[in-house]
Design a protein around this ligand. Sequence first.
Ligand SMILES: CC(C)(COP(=O)(O)OP(=O)(O)OC[C@H]1O[C@@H](n2cnc3c(N)ncnc32)[C@H](O)[C@@H]1OP(=O)(O)O)[C@@H](O)C(=O)NCCC(=O)NCCS
Length: 169
Amino acid sequence: MTPTAIQIREAQPQDAAAIATIYNEGIRGRSATFETIERSPSDILAWFDATLHPLLVATHDGKVVGWIHASTYRTRDCYAGIAEFSVYVAGQVQGQGVGNALMAAFIPACERAGFWKILSRIFIENTASRQLCQKHGFREVGVYEKHGKLDGVWRDVVIVERLIEGNLD
Ligand SMILES: CC(C)(COP(=O)(O)OP(=O)(O)OC[C@H]1O[C@@H](n2cnc3c(N)ncnc32)[C@H](O)[C@@H]1OP(=O)(O)O)[C@@H](O)C(=O)NCCC(=O)NCCS
């Protein structure tokens, strides 16, 4: 797959099933998230809320192969400009530039939505995700040790953050 073959667009409700499939593959993989409960398409439809949180999909040959989503960091007003994000690419096409393409479109989308910071927590062993973030200007803030247990095993996570300069006035 060449990078030019990857298209990025805003997600539509009809993408919910594909988004759920890719997310569930990531949940089952146990290297991306503490989540263990798989999502249905109707769970994903709830992401299409009235807020301005970007939700983008990557397509290849018209098929959804990845997604990136911003969600609320905290409900306090002072944190209104901070978004958490998740990014998932279908296993079959990982390592072929889809994550890069999603992140490259996501940062300007977050800027347009008014966010001044995006952040995430990444399992310390998740090299691909850490590399992706590093490449797109994220800073590794530090490590939360034993942040939670997954399948009974304590896991450490790296906090990553990226300021969005255009919204820092
Ligand atoms: C993390 C993830 C989104 C990256 O997407 P991707 O399409 O596989 O990544 P890309 O091919 O665009 O590569 C992005 C960068 O990460 C690096 N990378 C990708 N896969 C890697 C791997 N297995 N090991 C080390 N680095 C890797 C690449 O080198 C690339 O940097 P470069 O362009 O300088 O070479 C994807 O692997 C994924 O969905 N993983 C499972 C879910 C997950 O972990 N999500 C993140 C939760 S925080």
